[in-house]
Design a protein around this ligand. Structure first.
Ligand code: SAM
Length: 291
């Protein structure tokens, strides 16, 4: 991606805000600001709803693109130094609401209800990388009325989320995202597209939220407990990983469940797809859940 002529409206704007406010980036808040106009456009255009929530607006460069395209934008920013800057950079838009707070501590269900009523919402963000997975998990587990989530994340995280069973990239985060969404990498983005450049390359990830989870399970909590246990000790066999997973049952019971489901107890957790995890989880519910 990128502008062949090397010009970027976002880059010059970011530089001028840095100069004007003497802004210094906080590494601990994942402040790597996106400067590539084409990528900003791509993230801003991916929303499938008319309403959008943004996490971490920074100087408001993506927010502005969103404000041009959507009915209403609600943006959550943790850094109090950015609030007066955002008030200035977004002053031309009356369809943007900035909320000062930590996205991990806010009541998103309440905010969405209050700001958007019964409408569905898209999420767009250049995420702070130190909490990428917790943010995605929080958005999905809360079962918010989301259509899709389009986010810039570290390239390796995007690849893990989109990975299929069998490979070393496949893990609990792939299962979680595959359970709730249809994930897709929309673009790879080099570190040079950010100020300051992060140490890693990035990717734009789109998670299209499914109307129903990809597989049926009798107990979602048990499903995710099983998934967590299966991947907690990746080098161990599935049997040992589940046995060490704190379910409080004998190894022979777990072995019996796996054998009955035609799953090799000596296989690794990473070979199981969503359907197999759901089947194991349902059997665990029947036998272990009663105790
Ligand atoms: N949206 C801007 C862009 O695209 O250039 C900035 C993205 S920057 C990668 C991440 C932003 O998230 C920063 O503005 C940072 O202050 C903010 N942030 C970090 N942790 C946050 C949190 N827990 N809740 C809300 N915002 C957070």
């Amino acid at each position: 991606m990128g502008n062949p002529a090397g010009r970027s409206e976002a880059r010059s704007e970011i530089r001028s805000v840095i100069d004007k406010y003497g802004f210094t980036f906080k590494k601990g808040l994942g402040q790597n600001f996106l400067t590539d106009d084409a990528v900003l456009e791509k993230v801003a255009s991916a929303g499938e709803s008319r309403c959008v929530v943004e996490i971490g607006p920074g100087f408001g460069v993506l927010t502005r693109e969103l404000a041009r395209k959507y009915e209403k934008v609600v943006s959550v920013e943790i850094d109090d130094r950015l609030i007066p800057i955002l008030e200035e950079t977004l002053c031309d838009f009356d369809n943007v609401k900035i909320i000062h707070g930590d996205c991990m501590k806010l009541d998103f269900a309440g905010i969405i209800k209050e700001e958007f009523g019964d409408k569905t919402v898209s999420v767009a963000a250049n995420l702070p990388y130190y909490i990428t997975t917790p943010i995605i998990a929080m958005l999905l587990e809360k079962k918010l009325p989301l259509k899709n989530i389009t986010v810039m994340v570290q390239k390796e995280v995007a690849e893990r989320i989109c990975a299929s069973p069998g490979g070393k990239e496949y893990g609990a985060v792939s299962v979680m995202c595959g359970y709730y969404t249809k994930p897709e990498i929309m673009a790879k983005v080099p570190a040079s597209a950010f100020i300051p450049p992060p140490k890693v390359d990035s990717a734009v990830l789109n998670l299209r939220v499914l109307d129903e989870p990809a597989v049926k399970t009798n107990d979602e909590r048990m499903f995710f407990r099983v998934v967590k246990a299966a991947f907690a000790q990746r080098r161990k066999t599935l049997l040992n990983a589940l046995y060490n997973g704190g379910f409080g049952t004998e190894k022979s019971v777990i072995e019996d469940i796996l054998t009955r489901l035609d799953i090799n107890p000596s296989a690794r957790g990473e070979t199981l797809g969503l359907v197999e995890f759901a089947a194991v989880s349902d059997e665990f519910c029947k036998i272990i859940g009663k105790r």
